[in-house]
Design a protein around this ligand. Structure first.
Ligand code: HPA
Length: 340
């Protein structure tokens, strides 16, 4: 990488921290020179392998520590593959083997091999990026997600999603297992996410804004893209899969909710509850990605049956629904790819 003022910029450092503020009489430098210092050599800036940034990439944009980390992660992937995905998919419980069954795999990279990326500690979450094709659609799949309750900050938990955007993915497809709050839901149902409630979890955008990725105050009035929702709806219909619609609420976990909490969430308009996805959707919209998501209702939420909740039950029920879930997700992605 090109040294900046004789010194190599590392992803852990902020340019301002290292060099201090620019002197008042500083000569303006070409934007491309700054880009090269910060983002790497020209080889990473063209030929389709440069980080895709949809925000402000001018020389004035601040280089935050989080952005430095992201650039480091991106470079680490680009040393191994120049694959350019269009759709990013996050696999929730029950879809753990989706990559093996439904993706023509070109390459896979363990989270452990990407410096600066937190990894997944949950049973059933494998912990790697898979690059490949679903039909003709180039995809990147997070096989195993990273949760807030594993001890990551919200910002760290969404690093993988931001990275997939920087690798070129335009659409984020979220999947998860969730507890049904809506009394008309049954275990094994699928719910198309129409909106979310994020009020119980720290927002992943807290901290200095990453201007290169997106704006300080991103709009959240339509997080879940109408066209993508309509594609998923028509795909479900073709497959004869009944689809519920509703609002997903993310709580921190890892404990399941109490019956009183579920009554509260129902009063707030929630239809399903889980421990993921919302912060990922926020980070993706911030980055300018289009977002869609499906919850597999693995159980009825706390207090709605006599049974206590367990992760094993969630996993078992999600595994049972997996064949239909796989079909719905892969067919939808083929159709979504056709519109990009
Ligand atoms: N609550 C929270 N998260 C979940 C649940 C639940 O009931 N089921 C699956 N993930």
């Amino acid at each position: 990488m090109k040294p900046f003022k004789g010194r190599e910029f590392t992803p852990d450092e902020d340019v301002q921290d290292v060099y201090g503020p620019p002197p008042e009489d500083a000569e303006p430098v070409l934007e491309t020179e700054v880009m090269q210092c910060v983002y790497g050599p020209p080889s990473m800036m063209n030929g389709g392998t440069e980080p895709v940034l949809r925000g402000d990439t001018s020389a004035d944009a601040e280089v935050t520590e989080e952005f430095g980390l992201l650039l480091g992660c991106c470079r680490s992937i680009r040393e191994r593959t120049d694959f350019k995905p269009k759709v990013a998919l996050v696999l929730g419980s029950g879809l753990g083997d989706f990559a093996e069954t439904s993706v023509d795999i070109e390459c896979a990279i363990d989270y452990h091999d990407i410096k600066g990326l937190p990894f997944s500690t949950v049973q059933g979450h494998r912990g790697r990026f898979v690059f490949g094709y679903i039909g003709d659609v180039p995809v990147v799949v997070m096989q195993g997600r990273v949760h807030y309750y594993e001890g990551n900050t919200s910002a760290a938990a969404v690093r993988g999603v931001r990275l997939m955007s920087m690798l070129g993915a335009e659409v984020l497809f979220l999947t998860n297992a969730a507890g049904g709050i809506d009394p008309s839901f049954h275990a094994g149902d699928f719910m198309l996410i129409e909106d979310h409630i994020s009020s119980f979890i720290p927002n992943p955008l807290i901290g200095r804004n990453i201007d290169q990725i997106g704006t300080r105050f991103p709009d959240m009035s339509c997080v879940y893209d109408m066209q993508l929702r309509s594609i998923i709806g028509s795909t479900a219909q073709e497959l004869g899969i009944g689809l519920r619609h509703g609002v997903y609420v993310q709580l921190s976990g890892p404990s399941f909710e109490t019956p009183a909490e579920i009554r509260m969430l129902r009063g707030l308009g929630g239809n399903a509850v889980g421990m993921s996805s919302v912060i990922e959707a926020i980070a993706a919209r911030h980055a300018g990605m289009r977002v869609c998501g499906i919850s597999c209702i693995s159980n009825l939420a706390s207090g709605m049956t006599d049974q206590p909740l367990s992760h094993a039950e969630v996993q078992e029920s999600a595994d049972k629904a997996a064949p239909k879930f796989r079909e719905l997700v892969s067919r939808s992605i083929v159709k979504i790819g056709g519109t990009l």
